[in-house]
Design a protein around this ligand. Sequence first.
Ligand code: SAH
Ligand code: SF4
Ligand code: F3S
Length: 481
Amino acid sequence: MDAITNLDPISPEGIPPLDEPARQYYFIAKCRQWVQAYTEENGRPPRACVTTFGCQMNARDSEKLSGILKQAGYQLTEDENADLTVFNTCTVRDNANQRVYGRLGKLNGYKRWNPRMKIALCGCMMQEADVVEKLKKSYGFVNLIFGTHNLYKFAELLFAALSSEEMIIDLWKDTDRIVENLPTERKYPFKSGVNIMFGCDNFCSYCIVPYVRGRERSREPKEIVREIEQLSAQGVTEIMLLGQNVNSYGKNLEHPVSFAALLREVEQIDGIRRIRFMTSHPKDLSDELIQTMAASDKLCRHLHLPLQSGSTGILEKMNRRYTREQYLNLVQKIRDQIPDIAITTDIIVGFPGETKEDLEQTIDMVRQVKFDNAFTFLYSKRTGTPAAAMKDQVPKVQAQEGFDRLLKVVQETAREQAAKDQGRILDALIEERNETTPGYVTGRLSNNRIVHVPGDEALIGKIVPVSLEECHGFYYTGRLA
Ligand code: SAH
Ligand code: SF4
Ligand code: F3S
């Protein structure tokens, strides 16, 4: 079954079907009846805003929420002062978490002016019991709380929230279920994320993701291929395959498939010109994957390969299951076979027990690997993870100092790497108008770097050769070649 785009034949009468996704289409039709009544009463459709915190996975989930809202008849807006506002939350670090509470206060202010406003919270933060307790106690104005495992039930839960004044809470501890073929509303017409797997089984000792996203499960290759074929038919040319650790894709399927084999299948799909993926765990990156990337001109020249630390001792405590040397060898192998590849990474500073020497090792790795970019994070203690209970938590001042030193080196290396391509002509997918410089558009190179060129909106969605005239560190300015 494909996603249903015409709801007219679906009856919101009678009892709800038990099978999925039919049940959710029934509830979308129910919500639609509510929306129609609202529209007649108020002379306009209700407005809905979905705000995303966190990673690409959450961004894709938000597109699913928006797809359901659009089919129900809501008018989508980016203004959080709406008739329905949904926060799709992240809890990977405490600051992500705090941002949500801050923004919730603001929503409460809007709700005072518009008491019929509904506020819904979902995503990773909701999978934490103490968060939900706090919300119940001090944020009684929230109408609906659900989690990551039952996101597909949004239409059903929304209808319940529309029909009730009580706070509705529906949270599951875990699931092995994947519901296919629900509607989505994409942010960009020409590129799209595609989930290939959900959850994570790696349990890196600092990380909360395995607890809030549940056990790793892969989608069937045929479902993935079918979704991408549909996207291609709608004009999408670039896709980003999403998973917490794409390199372990397919291991638990009834008929196991490797990630590289999936890529080779996806490559065959007509109309798709660029394929990206996120995220690769170094411990599972296979030679087969490197060969597949090297042989393909659709697979983008970019690999995001989180290092986390350059010290083998810290890596061990992090439960990353590779050493400094193994990572270096892996990078060498990749660069040998795919010379024009950009390698980016994530690094955590201030993990429990991290000494100045450990940090030196990380800084040395950045210099040796010559990362094209690195996202650096201060370690954040997450309740329930093994690292939270470790002794020797690093004092904040020490961590911040190390962070600042690391960041400088990261910026130097990134700048040097980007400068190497100055003067070259490379293909860019033009993604948007440049907000700050009128008359300019912004494109993305295969290696994920950004280039600003003079041009108009007609270029958006096209892949065009550009000449990279000047490198400004993280981005270029140039012109169409
Ligand atoms: N699955 C991905 C990571 C998802 S989280 C992977 O393994 O690469 C994105 C990044 O957040 C991680 O790579 C890590 O660098 C950072 N991160 C995760 N937990 C963190 C914590 N407790 N404190 C600081 N940074 C953290
Ligand atoms: Fe977290 Fe590690 Fe899983 Fe990435 S691989 S989501 S860092 S546990
Ligand atoms: Fe955050 Fe959840 Fe992604 S915790 S980083 S939104 S998987």
